[in-house]
Design a protein around this ligand. Sequence first.
Ligand code: HEC
Length: 194
Amino acid sequence: MTNEQREDDRLRHLPVSVRQNFQINVLGEQVNMDSMRQYGLVRLAAAKAALFTLLVVAAVAMTAWQVLAQLPTPPETPSLEDKGVGPIKEVKLGAIDPQLAAKGEKVFATHCSVCHRLDSRYVGPPLRNVTKLRSPEWIMNMILNTNGMIMNDPVARDLVGKYGSIMTVSGIPPDDARAVLEYLRQVSEQQPKK
Ligand code: HEC
C-alpha cells in the first residue's frame, strides 16, 4: 500500500467536519488546511497564487502593449507648403548625399531614436516617410526650434495633441540637423525592414 493510499484510507474514516478541512488548492492538490495553517503554508500558498495572478496580468499587459504598438497610425495630411517657424528659411536639396546621410544616422541614433522609430509609432510619430509629409525647412525647424514650432506652427501643435507628449531636443547644431534631414530623405526611399 502506498503512502497516498494509506492517506486516502484514513480520510475515509474521518468525520465530515474534519474531512472538509481538506481542500482542493488552485493547483488541484488536496491539502489539509489544519496542517497547512500549522506550518504557515497557507500564507505561502496565498503568495504563490498572488505571484501567479501577477504573472498572468503582466503577460496580458505585454500582449496588449504589443498589439497597440502594431496598430497603424492614422495617415497624416501632407503639409509640404508649410516651412514652419524658426531659423531655417530655405533648404536647397540636391541628390541624396550618402556621407551626410551616414552622419545623420548617427545623430538620429543618439538624439532621436529615444522617441522615434522609422516604421511605427513610439513616443513620437514614425519618421520613415516624414520627408513626403513635411518640407525640409519644417523638419529642420522642428529640430532647431522645437518649442517655437509647437507654440506657433498649427501642424506641430496638432501633433502634440495627437501624441500627448512634447518633443524635446536640445543643443543640436544646425549642421547635425541638416545631416538628420539627409538621413530621413534616404530612409524614405528604402523599404521598411521586416
Ligand atoms: C523626447 C522625445 C522626442 C525626441 C528626443 C525627439 N522627438 Fe521628434 N517628436 C516627438 C513627439 C512627441 C512628436 C509629436 C509632436 C509633439 O508632440 O511635440 C515629434 C514630432 C517630430 C516630427 C514631426 C513628425 C510628423 O509626422 O510631422 C519630426 C520631423 C521629428 N519629431 C523629428 C525628430 C528628430 C529628427 C529628432 C532628433 C533630432 C527628434 N524628433 C527627437 C518626440 C521626440
